[in-house]
Design a protein around this ligand. Structure first.
Ligand code: GLU
Length: 479
């Protein structure tokens, strides 16, 4: 078993592209096979500097290590198509020698004329209807075309099932471009054969070209690998293919937003595949053992940006709960508010333990933890206007805070004792938890959300907690 991921280095890594790496990776690992990374960089016009590194980094980040390809090498080097020109030309020569390929110096203007002619006559445009009679000798500088052999072609797609296509979709496609480099249509066939790829897994958009590919395999006497067409990823509303505007981000953006690689892998693997169970959270190892081609769905899979966030939240908790807070903390570098730089790891870890179960992405830390690292801006309106506190006068509120501060001052500063003190305060003041605790909570954080009060206070420490409560008292008195 040999599978491959064959991206073109054009810059942006669309998440649909990554799924075309995940499935072949899972299959290769499951069957003890090899997973190849091949860089399809023959389209020099679309080539983007640095894009190959981006692909490599993305695969590494997701934990999809490749067995053959750039960096690691392998028996079929080079793994960059642009460096394999001589190999394609040698295979092309075989076709020329057999009379199955011809050089074609027809000008683009003339080709346009043929196209228009067909359009006006309302018949499909097929280049083979205009095949030149006396083609020149082939040399670099002129394109080389395949001489098609149109007939009914039948094949089996591992996902789409038994397929059949008529002669009308088979044409004299270009094999080598004028610059001597191959087209995708030719290059991938040569490479998959040379590299011993057994399963060609790629987007379903290549299905319509398959009859042309089969003709080339046949002409070259090559065995056709197993063909696996992966369903489209659809926009959240369904109906159309997922585009950049539909809320899908590039892999880099997800990473920078604080999506964990485990979560993205999990999400994308399940976009168009499921093992038939209700399970939603899969580790990489579980995916490897459970993946199967039969369970890839044939219809498009809807992209759901909300589900990625949900799954990421689950993964954040899973890492903290199973591997410990240190393991989660190790992932959070770069996601803290700037003010957190003045604090040490231990303090930040303590903050993280109070709040991780509320995070959807790691970047939520930036918005949700500011008051742990800097005194919040005191705003009495937030207290007076609070729905639980509206019914009290400012004097009552201020008095409640003062009583709380005095009692807290006597408390041993740990989460358990603080919890106990808060409960006693509740009984003594004869207030509802939502009232008393909202009041203290806002005084400490002035944020829309903060973790359980006893935990927040225990992390903030005695001095800060009491100082903030007293600041609020002063603000209420001066209001
Ligand atoms: N280079 C093609 C792409 O990026 C790969 C298609 C394939 O996997 O064969 O879409």
């Amino acid at each position: 078993m040999k599978t491959r991921f064959a991206p073109s280095p054009t810059g942006y890594i669309h998440i649909g592209n990554v799924r075309s790496a995940i499935y072949p990776y899972l299959l290769a690992r499951q069957q003890d096979g090899k997973f190849i990374l091949r860089i399809e960089d023959t389209d020099r016009a679309r080539y983007v500097e640095g894009a190959t590194e981006l692909i490599e980094d993305t695969l590494k980040w997701l934990g999809l290590e490749w067995d053959e390809g750039p960096i690691v090498g392998g028996p079929n080097e080079p793994y960059f198509q642009s460096e394999r020109k001589a190999i394609y030309q040698a295979w092309a020569q075989k076709l020329i020698d057999m009379g199955r390929a011809y050089a074609d110096d027809t000008s683009p203007e003339t080709i346009d004329k043929y196209r228009n002619l067909c359009y006006n006559e309302k018949r499909p445009y097929l280049y083979r209807d205009f095949r030149p009679e006396n083609p020149p000798e082939w040399h670099e500088g002129i394109p080389l075309r395949f001489k098609s052999d149109p007939k009914i072609r039948k094949w089996h797609d591992e996902v789409m099932g038994d397929m059949e296509a008529g002669p009308e979709v088979q044409d004299d496609i270009i094999l080598l471009k004028a610059d001597g480099l191959p087209t995708y249509n030719f290059a991938h066939i040569v490479d998959d054969a040379e590299m011993g790829v057994t399963h060609v897994m790629r987007g379903v958009e290549y299905l319509s070209s398959t009859p042309n590919y089969l003709a080339i395999y046949e002409a070259l006497g090559l065995e056709v690998p197993k063909l696996v067409s992966l369903p489209h990823i659809l926009a959240p509303t369904g109906g159309k293919k997922l585009g950049k505007r539909d809320g899908a981000k590039s892999v880099t953006e997800y990473r920078d937003d604080g999506i964990l690689p485990e979560a993205l892998l999990n999400y994308l693997a399940c976009l168009g595949w499921n093992d038939g169970s209700e399970q939603e959270i899969y580790t990489k190892d579980e995916l490897i053992s459970k993946f199967s081609l039969e369970k890839i769905q044939t219809s498009g899979a809807r992209f759901d940006p909300v589900k990625i966030l949900w799954q990421n939240g689950q993964w954040i908790r899973k890492i903290a709960d199973k591997q410990g807070i240190d393991a989660l903390y190790a992932r959070t570098a770069g996601f803290w508010p700037e003010s957190a730089n003045d604090y040490d790891d231990e303090y930040r870890k303590a903050v993280l333990s109070t709040i991780y179960d509320r995070l959807k992405t790691l970047s939520d830390l930036r918005e949700m933890t500011g008051y742990f690292f800097a005194d919040p801006i005191v705003d009495p309106e937030l207290i007076i206007g609070n729905k639980f506190l509206k019914k009290f006068s400012e004097e009552e509120l201020s008095e409640l805070l003062q009583i709380s501060a005095s009692k807290l001052e006597q408390t041993e500063w740990n989460a358990n004792s603080l919890q106990q003190t808060l409960n006693e305060l509740l009984a003594e003041a004869d207030k509802k938890p939502a009232e008393l605790f909202s009041l203290i909570r806002i005084s400490l954080s002035y944020a829309p959300f903060s973790p359980a009060l006893h935990l927040t206070m225990s992390v903030l420490g005695k001095n800060t907690t009491l100082a903030r409560i007293r600041n609020t008292v002063t603000a209420l008195e001066n209001h």
